[in-house]
Structure formats: C-alpha cells, structure tokens
Design a protein around this ligand. Sequence first.
Ligand code: PEP
Ligand code: MN
Length: 365
Amino acid sequence: MIYKIKFGGTGKPKKVSGTSSSKLGGKKMIIVLKPNTKKEEIEHVIEEVKNKGFKPVPFEGDERTVIHALGAVRDDSPDSFRSIRCVEDVVRILKPYKLASKEHHSQKTIVRVGDVAIGNNDFVVIAGPDSVETEKQIIESAKIMKKNGIKIMRGSAFKPRTSPYDFQGFGIEGLKLLKKARDKTGILVETEVMDVRDVPIAAQYADILRVGARNMQNFDLLKELGKVDCPVILKRGMSATIKEFIMAAEYIMASGNKNVILCERGIRTFETAYRNTLDLEAVVVLREETHLPIIVDPSHATGNREWVIPLCKAAAAAGADGILVEVHPDPEKALCDGAQSLYPEQLTRLLKELKPICAAVGKKL
Ligand code: PEP
Ligand code: MN
C-alpha cells in the first residue's frame, strides 16, 4: 500500500530531541495514523512509542500523520501498535540483508579453522607473502610465521593483476606448494580463489579461501563459495559501499556457507598519497550491522610497509577481530607486492606492539 502524505507547511518532521537513524535502514517502523486523527490521539501514540522504548519522529500532514519509531524493532513490535484504534497500519523497514544481519542473528559468529577461532575474544593475525613463489620461499615463510606464533599463513596461487603481463601466480602448482608448507610445518593456509572452476580444488588444498577486492561482486563465484565447507574471507571491493559489501556476504551465506569473514582493505578516494584509503569506520559500522567476524588488511590499503604497523594497531583499536598482513622472507625479491611486505623482524615488532592495544580493547593476542 502506498500512503500519500500531503504535508502542510514545510512537511518537516516535528522536532524530537536525540533522534537518529541508521542510513542502512532497518531499525525503524513507520506508524501510519488514520485520516483526521485528533491531536490527543496522536499524542497518545507518541507516548506509546516512547513507552515501548522507541524514539518517535512524527510527520504531521494535512490529511494524516505518520510517526517513525526508531529503535530495535522486533518481529512482534508492529503488532503492539496495530491494536491502537487510530492506527491504520504499521510498516517495518527491513534491511536488505538478512542472514548477515544482526537482526537475524544477534550473537557474534565465530569462525573456527583448526584450533583458531575468529570472531571471539582472540585477535587473529593472518600473515604471509602475497604469493606462493617457490617451495623454498613458501616453506621458509611458514617457518617464519610459526616462529612468531602465527597460526594461519596467507599465500596466493591465483593472482588478480591489473596488467595481464604481470606475474599471474602459479595456479594449482602454487596450491600444492602451499599444502606442502602446511604439511611440513602444521601451519593453516589461506589463499585467494578467482575462478568458479577452481573453488573445489582450492578448498581441498587450503583451510580458508579468500575473495579478493576485485571479485567482491562476482556473484557466480560467491554462490560457488556458498557450496563448500571452507571458511571464506571476503574482501571489500575498492569502490563498494558497506551495503554492497554485506550483500556480497549475503550471497555466500544464502548459498549455504555461513563461515564468512569480512575484510576491510582500503577503498578508492581522491587521495593519491597512498594506494587506497583504509576505512576503519567500516569496522565500527559493520560491527553494528552484522554478526560476522571483521578483519583488516592494511598492506593493500597502504602499499608501503612503513605504514602497515601503525594501521594494524589502529585496526585493533577500532575493534577488528584480526588482521591480514603481508610478510615476505625477502621482500626485495618478492614477485608481487614487495614494497608493502613486512620484513620478518617487522612482524616480530608488530606483534609486540599490538599486544597492549589488543589488551586495552579486551582482545587476546
Ligand atoms: C591480496 O590479498 O593479495 C590482494 C590481491 O588483495 P586485494 O584483493 O585486497 O587487492
Ligand atoms: Mn598482495
């Protein structure tokens, strides 16, 4: 039903102190009153809205009044207003995402991989080189990670490169080397998957699959990832809104895989001094909107290893559940992203400096 509200004057809402509503919608009901409802009855509904814990924002028109009720709307909330005599209808504004939404699932999701839990009180560091390069390089990387107490190593075998002439990754051979490093050291491994056809094999070799920023809205890939029994790190597209980001997670979840970890990795802005702009506000807002674990990748946001450590600390302070960070045994020789890859000793320093920050926000590192 469409309600045509004819407003008198400016049609602006009546001033009610302290009202605000999420731009993502959802925490709101619209209570439509019958035409020519008397002032006292309107006041009564406003009182009821307040009594039930909502903030009322009335819009008085020439023909009818509607009242926006802002707050945590439960399934039975609309009915509690429908029984009031002057109320014609109550419309609940729903979020476009359901499975990923906190409205659907108020408890935080904890994604478990081996003996690691992502999304509880632990702060999880996933670290490793951009790519799997050689057997020696990936096994050495795994040893460095283990020495630093890292339980999950990253390493891409499939590479989404801007130029088709740049290093494209070693594909399935790379997956095999990653598995070799896993078998040799016991470290869990995380890797990117770009093509729908590679999802089953990548899920066989890796413990966590990653959707890169460039594929955040590759809906066929997301649907395929919904079918595997393997946690997925979903990176935010470089021009994706928070809503589009959560909707992408919704695709994976709606296809059957609930183990999704959101990863903020920097977005495109007018700023050119660094590779991307790390949007830490996303951590705070995603936390409010979803129950999914949230991690941050400062390596791809900065493009410069000197800026990675402070931003990892900022991510922890903002309440992230972990970080994804590039570390290479010899960054100067890296086939991809060497400039943003930490030296092994920088990883050790990062972990030391993260500890008090994690403790201050109630996280264990
Ligand atoms: C990566 O993690 O190596 C990567 C390519 O990141 P992004 O998709 O965020 O650019
Ligand atoms: Mn990279």
